[in-house]
Design a protein around this ligand. Sequence first.
Ligand SMILES: [Fe+2]
Ligand SMILES: [Fe+2]
Length: 294
Amino acid sequence: MLIAQISDPHVTTEGTVVRSLVDTPQRFADALATCAALPKVPDVILLTGDLVNDGTAEEYALLAEALAEAPCPVLPIPGNHDDPLLLHATFAALDVCGAALPDPRSGPFHYVVDDHPVRLVALDSTVAGHHHGQVTEQSAAWLDATLTAAPERPTMLFMHHVPYATGAWWFDYSGIDGRDLLREVLVRHPQVLRVVSGHVHRATSTQWGHLTLSSAPSTAFLSGTGVGDGPPLIVDQRAAPQLFAVDGDSLVASEADLPGLRLSIDMRDLVQDWSTYESVTRSRGPVSKDMFGG
Ligand SMILES: [Fe+2]
Ligand SMILES: [Fe+2]
């Protein structure tokens, strides 16, 4: 199963400060197109929060325009910039999830998708009206019960806030409370292969024992290098969707190519005798310089 992750697209309308810097709707559309053009189209895309920048209906309309071109089901989780009701309405109208999303009026935006070889668990870490995140006692209890219900199923957990301290104040000032609650739950459920998040707009990762937790870079714009107490920079760097290829209980993390690369060379044009080279390397045979030609 191939899972893609797109995070923090911050789609917004013309006239906003963010849009004056970056065409975020276009970059979100580019990220979806990148997934569509992969040699293997992902089975699902996890959209890990901050789908829009200001939580307005106009922004969600722009988001919906791009989502209409999604090449596979897209599973969202709200971030601190989202309006959960508008997010829910947008996805309900599009029917792009392949799953029933929870009604935000009934409680946190937690849900489970059981239709794939990997069980996908969405954990809502948002705190209404705040930028930081929280794993509450109730959230931890929900997660514990959810994971207890399927201990044999390889599982991926996705959330918006990074559930660990990165060590950089610009990332951590709006970090998450209750991370110990989350860790206490996850340590009891080794079927969780990976925890993925967003929010800090940069790729980070850590280990909790055998479990890898990571954040995806924003596909709109990045935060400045997350080391030490540097200035709170927003940098116009592009990032590609993250990829997770899962086979049984084995997970390989990678990333797609950035859209619009200036240089893309097909190795078959460089190797003089590609068919011999390919068959030799596939069979782990010895490679000679003659195969490469001049
Ligand atoms: Fe964000
Ligand atoms: Fe965020």
